[in-house]
Ligand binder design. Structure first.
Ligand code: ADP
Ligand code: MG
Length: 366
């Protein structure tokens, strides 16, 4: 019988108590454009966050595993033949098991996790944990694994071991994106291209303070609606819809769902083709309207924050980011104005009873 236990957070040096260990890290991500397109074989434009998750590892002689998260103040220890207990250990254990399934012999390990990626706000701390874990394993065991293959294993760990039926964007972004470029990603071919942010622009990310309720059930419902739409249109995925008129003939609500996905892909393709900051902002705001009205994954707090951001001089556009039903929003603004605008909007939103927080820019880590 194994369990995850509450433990006082330890640093890696304390946890490994003088033994040598290796370390790897991976960032969270913010999706600038292209929401709910990844599982429709579509396009997206995420960027990596300066916030990162660091995973440290050491081989031990006693069989089994001991995982410590300094972020959570929690620890899981279990034997070699046992499954990981529920909770954060499953993400790490999933990565180990999937490498073993590829024929890699993974020795008994102690693993330490620390992170400044906020958990559960939509910056994808889970992908950062999986990618950092696999990078650490790749280094420790000298496994041959390119960054795309690593991202696919990380996605499998989340699906098969954490039970989240996610698309491929989060892990691809954590594995391949950087903090200064947008990663154009084609979910079908897994082709990627790093693109510059529009000139003289920077981003603001605000956590709405609203936990992502209903996310899993509604997410699965949206995925099923998209599959139904594609099958009624006779295409492999909504990415393949060439004519929006065919979408308009679908019954509700799948007409709205399909319209969001098709128009969202157009927005990403236009943005990736190279547009100025003002146009990029318009595309973001159009994306929010589409997510709110057609895909119906927004909540009041996100709509309010997006409206407040867009009302600020210097903001080009804003949208919810991540799957929705709570979580964070992102805005594009004039370079040099993000900290002031972000701070002001958070303060005003919270004065009305909200509990928003500024995630980017983050003076503590930049
Ligand atoms: P998001 O990926 O948007 O942050 P998720 O619900 O997908 O939210 O993932 C959050 C979960 O990932 C946490 O509940 C925890 O199980 C795991 N996790 C992420 N980062 C850490 C960490 N630093 N330490 C321990 N567990 C983590
Ligand atoms: Mg996640």
């Amino acid at each position: 019988m194994t369990a995850t236990l509450t433990r006082p957070p330890m640093s890696a040096a304390e946890f490994f108590a003088g033994r040598s260990f290796i370390q790897a890290s991976a960032p969270g991500r913010v999706n600038l454009l292209g929401e709910h397109t990844d599982y429709n074989d579509g396009f997206m434009l995420p960027i990596a966050t300066p916030q990162r998750t660091t995973v440290s590892m050491a081989v031990v002689s006693a069989p089994g595993y001991r995982f410590h998260s300094a972020t959570l103040g929690s620890e899981a220890a279990f034997g070699a033949g046992e499954d990981a207990p529920s909770g954060f250990a499953r993400y790490i254990f999933g990565c180990i098991r999937l490498l073993e399934a590829r024929g890699v012999a993974v020795p008994p390990l102690q693993v330490h996790v620390d992170s400044n990626v906020p958990l559960g706000t939509g910056l994808s701390s889970s992908a950062a944990l999986e990618v950092a874990t696999l990078r650490a394993l790749r280094r420790l065991l000298a496994v041959e694994l390119d960054d795309v293959a690593l991202a696919l294993l990380a996605q499998q760990a989340e699906i098969a071991y954490a039970g989240v039926n996610c698309g491929v964007m989060d892990q691809m972004a954590s594995s391949l994106a950087d903090e200064v470029s947008m990663l154009f990603l084609d979910a079908r071919t897994l082709a990627t291209k790093l693109l510059p942010l529009p000139d003289a622009a920077e981003i603001i990310v605000i956590d709405s303070g609203v936990a992502r309720k209903l996310e899993t059930s509604k997410y699965n419902e949206r995925r099923a609606e998209c599959e139904r739409a594609a099958s009624m249109l006779g295409v492999p995925a909504l990415r393949d819809v060439a004519d929006i008129k065919a979408v308009e003939a679908l019954p509700e609500p799948i007409r709205q769902r399909a319209r969001h996905v098709v128009t969202e892909n157009w927005r990403v393709l236009e943005a990736a083709g190279g547009v100025d900051a003002a146009r990029f902002g318009q595309l973001m705001s159009a994306s929010h309207a589409s997510l709110r009205d057609d895909y119906q994954v927004s909540v009041n707090a996100l709509d309010t924050l997006v409206d407040m951001l867009c009302a600020e001089d210097g903001v080009h556009g804003a949208r919810l980011t991540g799957a929705g039903f709570g979580g964070a929003c992102v805005a594009l603004c004039r370079k040099g104005s993000a900290a002031a605008i972000g701070g002001k909007v958070v303060e005003r939103f919270n004065a009305g009873g909200g509990s928003a927080g500024l995630l980017l820019p983050n003076s503590a880590i930049q």
